[in-house]
Ligand binder design. Structure first.
Ligand code: ADP
Ligand code: ADP
Ligand code: MG
Length: 673
């Protein structure tokens, strides 16, 4: 076994690898970029080396530099994590040439699976079932179209060198084929420097089911069950679970064996995942399945497999890479219970899942419970989610005796997540965990799209309990301010609780939800009698708190919730209750109500990213909705359109520039000016 390794990655996966190393007594070396100087992964490792700028190209993708650091630090091996250099065959080879062990498969296996087209040809020869389609070398548009006609519409175009859903185009009919092919090729060229595409039959109700495989250098190869990753948005996974529900034991065995054949066909070593797509029936039962691709690395969702197999897959990777045999052979691997993973992202589900960046002003997660509740994260409160990397904040993984228990536990765990500072998908995940198709395991990749009405519904429910929590937070605030007396003793004269020598004080508090000052909710509170009134209802009310958790009693009924005050703007209160996150404003009755600035002649960037193209020039007249600028942010292109009719006065950025959320992109001259 190694005694020191370098982790060529960042974020949660670097922290997760370091954890296993620490348990096994292996020293770890971290690398970091400018943006990550104080990152958690740096702290999680025994030593750390600076590599360069924040952009991955200037740091985490500098293979040669990382290899030199590994040698200088005395590391014997490099763990690439996922993403970055993990599926880079040249890097794997360079490690070997430098006398370092690459913790992953051989370069030749990565190459064999790197091209989706070549991989399919290989799989065809290894008797692994393929989605009907064309994956050959002939790329003439008319030829490809003839193939699509033959396969029958709808078809799916994929970039052969693709990943992360990039380049994929669904083609509904023959008439739209050529346009879709052009745009698929363009994106493939831009993202992967390779225009090659393949055509597949687009399945009606596809389920994404994948098999975890593992092989050692001695010729043993096993599979560690299956995972379902059908709950996706933009072809990216949101929820993953193991084992995959509603798949017969026969199909599971056939998939497992097909996956092992796939791995053997490329002389695989280490951890890998063979992804299949299966057709689902009305109830979601998996039928025919087909090979989709093989990911030659540890996968983001590996923890669910760890939970149900009781194994540490990073430990397996380390053992196998150092030449040991697999810790368990096929018939020794046992399945126990059910696990679900939810990916918590800094993104805005209500606004097309645009990534969100900023500082994590508060980050509270449920408590970890061994074998039951696990949190893999690479950030802590106070850290920044930057535009440079994947916007994942954490992975929340729960285990239950069966699927139903795991689903309930995940709901409870999600209700305990409190994040302030940027938009997240937490409430959206909570709704997913409650939607009927997910609960009944009627899964397919169209689940989110079909149920958007319910899933993306912004919750604006207002009730007396919500207001009571906000009131509790305000009252608590006033008590705290009053009792903060430096060296002086707390004095009753400093309390601002409205106590009066004679008489009763009734105070009014106004709260409004998510920027709706016109609809303030007025709460009246009487200090002496602890009576609260709202919307014609009068109740007895008391509270206590413990940090950000508040416990209220309303007419004898106790409730709990989290209320977090925004540190940079204390009139903003974040209410976390029953899995919902509402952002409230407190209106101080002593201040005049704050009126929003009128529609301004400025256009700001809705998210951080890179300017891909500018469709207008200074002096152009534009109408509402006209496309102005295309910004690429985390795996996706977004077109920013004109918010008003007007004339373009100034353009502050050029093609290729990096912009931050809130940066002023364009200044308009109003047309009537
Ligand atoms: P999987 O197929 O395992 O679910 P995804 O494709 O969803 O994986 O996520 C892997 C992607 O995450 C990589 O392709 C890369 O874009 C991104 N990534 C790479 N390294 C990191 C990291 N350290 N932290 C977060 N995201 C990363
Ligand atoms: P990537 O390299 O981007 O992960 P994949 O080939 O693994 O690309 O496909 C990503 C996702 O696209 C799958 O998980 C599935 O949801 C969807 N998909 C892929 N192929 C098909 C198909 N033939 N029919 C329907 N959906 C598909
Ligand atoms: Mg894939």
């Amino acid at each position: 076994m190694f005694n020191k390794i370098l982790i060529a990655n960042r974020g949660e996966i670097a922290c997760r690898i370091a954890k296993t190393c620490r348990r096994l007594g292996i020293k770890t070396v971290a690398v970091y970029s400018d943006a990550d100087a104080d990152a958690l992964h740096v702290q999680a490792c025994d030593e750390a080396f600076y590599i360069g700028g924040s952009a991955p190209k200037e740091s985490y993708l500098l293979g040669e530099k990382i290899i030199q650091i590994a040698i200088a630090s005395g590391a014997q091996a490099i763990h690439p994590g996922y993403g970055f250099l993990s599926e880079n065959a040249d890097f794997a080879e360079a490690c070997q040439n430098a006398g370092l062990v690459f913790i992953g498969p051989l370069a030749q296996s990565i190459r064999a699976m790197g091209s989706k087209s070549a991989a399919k040809t290989l799989m065809e020869n290894a008797q692994v079932p393929l989605v009907p389609g064309y994956h050959g070398d002939e790329q003439d548009p008319d030829f490809l179209k003839a193939k699509a006609d033959e396969i029958g519409y709808p078809v799916l175009l994929k970039a052969s060198a693709g990943g992360g859903g990039k380049g994929m185009r669904i083609v509904q009919d023959a008439a739209s084929f050529i346009d879709a092919l052009d745009s698929c090729k363009r994106e493939a060229q831009n993202s992967f420097g390779d225009q090659k595409v393949l055509v597949e039959k687009y399945l009606g109700r596809p389920r994404h089911i994948e098999i975890q495989v593992f092989a050692d250098k001695l010729g043993n190869c096993v599979y560690l069950f299956d995972r379902d990753c059908s709950v996706q948005r933009r072809h990216q996974k949101v929820l993953e679970e193991a084992p995959a529900p509603k798949v017969s034991p026969e199909i599971k065995r056939a998939m497992g064996e097909a996956a092992v054949n796939a791995a053997k066909a490329v002389a695989y070593e280490g951890a890998g995942t063979v992804e299949f797509i299966a057709e689902a029936d009305q109830e979601g039962n998996a039928g025919h399945f087909f090979f989709m691709e093989m990911n030659t690395r540890l996968q983001v969702e590996h923890p669910v497999t760890e939970m149900v197999s009781g194994q540490d897959l990073v430990e397996w990777q380390l053992r196998v890479a150092s030449g040991e045999r697999l810790p368990l052979l096929q018939d020794q691997i046992q399945l126990n219970g059910h696990a679900i993973e939810a990916r918590i992202y800094a993104e805005n589900p209500e606004n097309q899942f645009l990534p969100s960046t900023g500082k994590l002003l508060a980050l509270e997660m449920p408590e970890e419970v061994q074998h039951e509740v696990r949190i893999d994260t690479g950030v802590r409160a106070g850290d920044v989610i930057s535009p440079y990397y994947d916007p994942m904040i954490a992975k929340l993984i729960v285990w239950g005796q069966n699927r139903e228990t795991a689903v309930s536990k995940m709901r409870v765990a999600l209700e305990q997540v409190r994040i302030v500072g940027l938009s997240t998908n937490v409430a959206f995940l909570g709704r997913l965990l409650r939607c009927e198709p997910f609960c009944s395991a009627n899964l397919d990749t169209g689940l989110i799209g079909r149920d958007e009405e319910f899933l993306l519904h912004k919750d604006t429910q207002v009730d007396i309990e919500s207001l009571a929590f906000l009131l509790a937070c305000r009252l608590n605030e006033e008590v705290n301010v009053a009792s903060y007396v430096g060296s002086e003793m707390a004095s009753p004269w400093r309390l601002q609780d409205g106590w009066r020598m004679n008489g009763v004080l009734l105070r009014e508090f106004a709260f409004f939800l998510e920027g709706q000052p016109s609809q303030a909710h007025i709460v009246q509170y009487c200090y002496q009698t602890q009576i609260l009134s709202f919307a014609g209802k009068t109740v007895h009310f008391s509270y206590r708190n413990d940090g950000t958790s508040f416990y209220i009693t309303i007419d004898g009924h106790k409730h709990s919730a989290g209320v977090i005050k925004n540190t940079s703007n204390p009139v903003i209160l974040h209410l976390f209750r029953n899995g919902r996150h509402q952002i409230w404003n407190y209106q101080d009755p002593l201040e005049h109500s704050h009126v929003e600035e009128g529609a301004s002649g400025k256009l700001t960037a809705p998210m951080p990213g890179k300017v891909i193209s500018i469709q207008i020039k200074v002096g152009d007249k534009v109408k509402v909705g006209d496309p102005l600028i295309v910004v690429e942010a985390m795996k996706m292109e977004h077109t920013i359109t004109a918010p008003i009719d007007g004339e373009v006065g100034e353009i502050n950025y050029a093609q290729g520039d990096q912009v931050n959320e809130g940066d002023q992109l364009i200044i308009f001259k109003s047309t009537d000016a």
